[in-house]
Design a binder for this molecule. Structure first.
Ligand code: NAI
Ligand code: 15L
Length: 273
């Protein structure tokens, strides 16, 4: 049966706000969780992922969790450790203890960000799309935390039978903002379609999928996402002409253009100070 009540962590964030608008159309009742209060949502749970008691209470009785909370960009390792590594562990442990059967985990392209991007300009069907079983190649401490989250999801499935779908999201924003995003963009409407599929598909065990629309310039293989029942309807191509006119084509000599993770591969680590 389709899960009805879903705990949405990170509900105050960009993606959380988009999903608060879009997911109720699929029949879900959302329970909201974020460390930041959400205006107009008096019932939202305002708590940190470090608060194990709050998490136990938040997951109690839900049919599934859509776990979007965490630091969403590169940050000092200590912060990533607390919010993304320990925080995701705390969520999984709360879900196990409360018998929640499934978590949909917002992983990221940055778990595999150092993977070379398929050559731009090659026709779609002859392009070597990045396979889902490509090795982890994190491009940041942030990406490393997503690789950890995927392994944690696998572990909780193998050890405890708690199911997960890890979605390696590309760029989920209302519009693609640069030429790289033409290849990895996920429209918010397709994002809702994919999360719905991940929440409802039967017997997922731990499934890893890429999260994007059916872009003409797609870089990766959507087979495992489609196997969940996901049918993307959008394509970034209508944005291509304008973005390329403004920014130029991707430069194969620039590591930030020639790797999946974009500028994350070039950015220096952020050290504590
Ligand atoms: P965001 O930064 O706008 O939202 C993240 C939310 O998590 C924020 O509201 C923040 O307050 C909350 N949060 C952070 N640390 C927390 C903690 N310790 N306890 C409780 N709440 C905490 O990020 P966005 O764009 O909405 O992304 C959502 C998730 O999807 C993140 O996990 C991100 O890594 C992942 N993702 C997003 C992509 C995108 O294109 N938007 C691409 C790939 C992954
Ligand atoms: C991510 O993982 C980030 O959370 C998001 O803000 C974007 O930077 C996205 O990846 C991307 O690669 O475009």
């Amino acid at each position: 049966p389709a899960p009805r009540t879903v705990l949405l962590t990170g509900a105050a964030g960009g993606l959380g706000t988009l999903m608060r608008d879009l997911l109720p159309e699929y029949g879900y009742t959302l329970r909201l969780f974020d460390v930041r209060p959400i205006e107009g949502e008096p019932d939202a749970i305002t708590a940190d992922l470090t608060d194990k008691e709050a998490l136990r209470e938040a997951v109690r009785g839900v049919d599934a969790v859509l776990h979007l909370a965490g630091i969403s960009l590169e940050a000092p390792f200590e912060k990533i450790l607390t919010s993304n590594i320990e925080g995701t562990y705390n969520l999984y442990e709360a879900a196990r203890l409360e018998g929640v059967p499934r978590i949909v985990f917002a992983s990221s392209n940055h778990a595999v960000g150092f993977t070379p991007a398929p050559r731009a300009g090659t026709p779609l069907d002859s392009r070597a799309l990045i396979p889902i079983d490509t090795p982890h190649r994190p491009d940041t401490f942030y990406g490393l935390s997503k690789a950890f989250g995927e392994d944690l999801a696998q572990f909780y499935w193998d050890k405890y039978g708690l199911e997960s779908v890890s979605v390696r999201i590309g760029s989920c924003f209302p519009e693609p903002a640069n030429v790289r995003m033409l290849s990895v963009w996920m429209s918010p409407a397709d994002g809702a379609r994919l999360f719905h599929a991940a929440l409802t598909a039967e017997e997922v065990g731990h499934t890893v999928v890429y999260g994007s629309s059916a872009n003409t310039r797609l870089w990766w293989d959507l087979t495992t996402a489609r196997a969940l029942g996901y049918e993307p309807r959008d394509d970034s191509e209508p944005y291509a002409e304008k973005l390329i006119a403004e920014q130029g084509e991707l430069d194969p000599e620039n590591p930030a253009h020639s790797h999946l993770g974009g500028h994350f591969v070039n950015d220096p680590p952020i050290w504590p100070y």
